[in-house]
Design a protein around this ligand. Structure first.
Ligand code: AMP
Length: 287
């Protein structure tokens, strides 16, 4: 595994692969790896001859009051974990190289970014789409793997690739969870044991929604009511959103069907913002 910091070196490596007739899969990340990230790397290795993992804490997707400075980082540990996977390049560009003085262009997926996390995080998905577009241009992957954990991000990237005719296959990968159901996230490291317990309200809410749908409740206003009641029983948890949405458009829906995803965001102790999502009646991520 080779660590590459330079954009030119990354592009030159890609050219060599093209000349040798090799395909390349990309797994974009912000580091502080856990099993969720490693599962994306493994999926990428199944899909192409070579795997590039990008590690870049993208400053332009963080709002002014968000955790850019505190975002967990451990480069030595990350390198060790990647060494254990079939990864060819760990691409770690410097922010100053990605956003040099005078940088002023962006990619905006106008409608999808307005829903769910876009309400409380204005500009977040513009930052995500812009950095992913840049990574695609630098690395020119044949395919790129994204986790369904960040469901809205995946929808935004799919839309961007389709709208702008980018020649990259976007592959969604299922959420990897802790044994007790908590979706893995680099931000889980912010949770003390007490907060960690409260965070289980997310997977608990998904399980409750699935149970109610199985029992025949498909009216989403009733389901939202039950889920809000359930989450509010967890002291110190505040709800950012509970949304039953169409998995392609992310628009709220009135009745649950196979395309409906339940998307959740909460704050634990007014400090740690966590998200989770899942299909309710046998649906799966659009491909
Ligand atoms: P991040 O480093 O948090 O920006 O995530 C990088 C990629 O890993 C994104 O495509 C995420 O959706 C994905 N990812 C993060 N957590 C998980 C998880 N628990 N299961 C599957 N994929 C994940």
């Amino acid at each position: 595994m080779k660590i590459v910091h330079s954009l030119q070196e990354m592009s030159a490596w890609r050219k060599e692969q093209t000349q040798a007739g090799k395909t390349v899969a990309l797994a974009p990340t912000m580091g502080f790896f856990h099993e969720g990230h490693l599962s994306l790397m493994r999926k990428a290795a199944e899909l192409a001859d070579n795997v590039v993992v990008s590690l870049f804490v993208n400053p332009i997707q963080f709002g002014p009051s968000e955790d850019l400075e505190q975002y967990p980082r451990d480069f030595v540990r990350d390198c060790r974990l990647v060494e254990g996977e079939k990864v060819d390049i760990l691409f770690v560009p410097e922010p100053a190289l990605m956003y040099p003085e005078g940088f002023q262009s962006s990619v905006q997926v106008e409608l999808l970014e307005k829903y769910l996390c876009g309400v409380d995080r204005p500009g977040h998905f513009k930052g995500v789409a812009t950095v992913v577009c840049k990574l695609f241009n630098i690395i020119q992957p044949d395919c790129a793997v994204f986790g369904e954990k960040d469901f809205q991000q995946l929808a935004v990237i799919r839309r961007m690739v389709s709208d702008l005719n980018m020649n990259v296959a976007v592959i969604g990968h299922p959420i990897v969870r802790e044994p007790d159901g908590l979706a893995m996230s680099s931000r889980n490291t912010y949770l003390d044991p007490e907060a960690r317990k409260k965070a289980l309200c997310l997977s608990g809410a998904l399980a409750l929604a699935r149970k109610k749908v199985t029992e025949g409740i498909v009216d989403t206003s009733e389901l939202v009511r039950l889920i809000v009641l359930f989450i509010n029983k967890h002291h110190g948890v505040t709800i950012d959103y509970v949304s039953f949405a169409d998995s392609r458009t992310l628009e709220p829906v009135l009745k649950v069907d196979q395309k409906t995803v339940l998307a959740l965001a909460v704050k634990i102790n007014n400090k740690v913002r966590l998200i989770d999502n899942g299909f309710l009646s046998g649906g799966s991520s659009p491909h």
